[in-house]
Design a protein around this ligand. Sequence first.
Ligand code: GLU
Length: 378
Amino acid sequence: MTSQPNLARFNRIVVKVGSSLLVDPAKGALRQDWLDALADDLAALHRRGADVLVVSSGAIALGRTIAGLPKGALKLEDSQAAAAIGQIALARAWAQALAARGVTAGQILVTLQDTEERRRYLNARATIARLLAMRAVPVINENDTVATSEIRYGDNDRLAARVAAMASADLLILLSDIDGLYDAPPNLDPKARLIPVVERITPEIEAMAGGAASELSRGGMRTKIEAAHIAVNAGVHMTIADGRVKNPIQRIAGGGRATWFLTPSNPVAARKIWIAGSLELKGAVYCDAGAVKALRGGKSLLPAGVVKIEGSFSRGDCVAIRDADGFEVGRGLIAYDSLHAEQIKGRNSRDIADILGMPGRAEMIHRDDMALRETGAD
Ligand code: GLU
C-alpha cells in the first residue's frame, strides 16, 4: 500500500481550522494556548520557506459569545451579526499570534461568487499570489455577513478546498475533531478502522462518509469528502488530521494518524488541463511571431505582441491564442475584457494606465493562466 507522504515535500500549504478547535464549545471563548501552539507550527513551516494559508472558522462561535446570544441554532440575521462581531476578534487573534512569531497576516473574506465567477476568481487569486510573494499568511474565511444561505458555502471544508485550488497549493490540511476517515462510525463500532491513504475516492469511500450533507452534518465527514474531490481534481493532496492535540502540524510531520487523499496530478498541470479542455472559448487573440516564441519559452502574453482581437469577452474568460496565420497555439484566461484588450493591443505594458485611464495587469494572459498546445518539436 502507498505510504503517507512526508510533510517536508510540500511548498504551499492551506491549513483549515474548525470552530470547535479554536473556540471552546462550552465557554465560547478562544483557546489561546492551542492557537499559540498552532501558530508555532505555522511559523516553522513559514521559516523553512513554505507558503502558508489559513482558512479559519470561528467567527460565528466567537461573535455569539461577545454579543451574548443564546445557545442553539441562530436565525440567519443573528448568525450574520455574530459573524460580523466575531470576525474582528478572530482576525485580531490570528494577526497577533502570527505577529508574535514574526509572521504578517492578511485577512481575506470571500463569498461563493469570488471563487466561482471567473473575473472575481482571477482577482482573488491575484491578491493571494501577491500576499504570498510578500511572505504574508492569508487568513481566510467566508464573508458570512453578506452571504445568504442559498449562495454561501456554509462550511469551511469545501471553501478551503476551493481556496487551495485557487492558490495552486500542493497540500490542504483539514484540522478536525477526528483523526481521519474510518471504515465505520468509530463512536458506534469498536472495530472501526482508520483509512490511512485514499488513492481514489471510490463509492465505497463515499459510503464511509455517511449520508448527504445537511445543516446538521455541516463540517462533518461528508463535506470533507466533497472537499477531497475538489482538492484532488485540482492537483492538491489533502489530509484530514486530528486538530485537538497541541501542535497538530508537528504531529502530522511526525507521521501521526491521519487520512491522506492523494492526487496523481499537481496544481499547475491540473489547472492547465482545466484551461485546455473544459472551458468554452469566448474569443481569440492573434499574436506576432515574437510573442509566440516567447510563450513557447514559458513567458506570459504581453499586449505588445498581440496583433488582433476577436470576439466579445469579459476579463477571466477563456480565449484561444492564435499565431498571425490563425493556428491555435494555446488557450488562456484573459486579464482584460475585449474592449480594453482592443485598446491596448500592440502597445507597451507601461502605457496601459494612460490608455485605459486606470491601472491594469502588465500581462494580457499570464503564463499560469495559459495552456499551450504541444508542438511535436522541441
Ligand atoms: N464561516 C463560519 C465561521 O467562521 C464557519 C463555517 C464552518 O464551521 O465550517 O463561523
